[in-house]
Design a binder for this molecule. Structure first.
Ligand code: SF4
Length: 331
């Protein structure tokens, strides 16, 4: 069950006395955020708006939504990072999943016998890492926890940022992800090129995602080679504030034009196949927003992420693209 740190929210409201507030977080915890918003309205008698657009990370905080609503404080819930606020008006609030990993860690230990592993997780399960480590070690597994960097805490990953597992990559046999997210685990497998397992406490199972990640990698490489045959490119700047990367878009424009390609520039908030179908005269796209949009979704035409577009430029220059996804941050 997800538990939101409501005390932090209530303390902030008491201290700041806002006329209204907004709250947002990932889809999976929206029902809990609704309950918190209701409690705020009952306790303080002020409007509490739930910003219910998709919200995939601290890259996608939507302060603009709060601004348009006139909400003085935005509580962004459930994406724990190593800081507690963004600017003056956005407060980051922890939400943790109180499910126990004790049983699944014991089960996983049988399958991982004799191995050295890198233990890693997402925001909601960070508080369980040390306990799971102790259980695995008690059963003879050697466990390493890589250091955090940027916004990441030790042993934490995002869908596109993998510093802790990249630090341990050369000294472990496998990665072990605590949680349910095949999305995060596949990213870890892709970045490290190592066998990667999920310890899922809800299904009480250990599952390997290495093969799934290899399929994603093949698809990513295929798109790059297809794009290499294109004459006209659409380069898309993402309008979500933490994914905004105009400089990278303009760098790709310059590079592709110098290689004889035609380039148009676009901007989108949500990059979907439906939106791209409206755009004519484009053979392939590059989107410099969230890299996982390209690796994890299906599109009619090639839609490359930043690391894929870097690989494309190398192919066009007849350079090697080996290991283009084996980097700690896919931007
Ligand atoms: S994978 Fe996408 S949504 Fe997740 S942190 Fe990276 S840019 Fe944001």
């Amino acid at each position: 069950m997800i538990v939101i740190d409501e005390k932090k929210i209530f303390d902030e409201i008491e201290k700041r006395k806002p006329v209204s507030v907004a709250l947002n977080g990932p889809d999976g915890i929206l029902p809990k955020i609704q309950e918190t918003a209701t409690r705020i309205m009952e306790k303080f008698g002020i409007p509490a708006y739930v910003l219910a657009d998709t919200c995939f990370g601290t890259c996608d905080i939507n302060t603009n939504g709060a601004k348009v609503l006139g909400a003085e404080v935005l509580f962004h819930i459930g994406h724990t990072i190593n800081s507690t606020s963004f600017g003056d008006n956005t407060v980051l609030v922890d939400a943790y999943d109180n499910v126990s990993f004790d049983d699944v860690a014991r089960k996983g230990a049988l399958e991982l016998e004799g191995k050295t592993v890198s233990l890693v997780t997402d925001s909601q399960h960070l508080h369980e890492v040390q306990k799971a480590k102790a259980i695995l070690e008690k059963h003879g597994i050697t466990v390493k926890i890589g250091k955090g960097k940027g916004q990441l805490n030790d042993g934490q990953v995002f869908g596109c940022e993998f510093y802790p597992v990249m630090e341990t990559r050369d000294t472990v046999d496998a990665n072990v992800f605590l949680g349910q997210s095949n999305f995060h685990a596949a990213g870890i497998a892709l970045a490290t090129n190592k066998p990667t397992y999920v310890l899922d406490p809800y299904f009480n199972e250990i599952r390997e995602v290495t093969e799934f990640a290899q399929k994603l990698q093949k698809k990513a490489i295929l798109s790059v080679y297809k794009a290499a045959e294109a004459d006209s490119f659409g380069i898309i700047v993402g309008l979500k504030e933490g994914q905004f990367s105009k400089t990278t878009a303009l760098r790709f424009k310059k590079e592709l034009e110098s290689l004889g390609k035609k380039v148009q520039l676009f901007a989108l908030t949500e990059i979907t196949d439906d939106r791209l179908r409206n755009l004519k005269g484009i053979d392939a796209f590059i989107q410099v927003a969230c890299p996982r949009i390209s690796t994890d979704n299906q599109f009619d035409k090639p839609v490359l992420s930043t690391p894929q577009a870097n690989a494309l430029v190398k192919i066009l220059k007849k350079e090697s693209i080996e290991g283009f996804l084996q980097i700690p941050h896919w931007l």
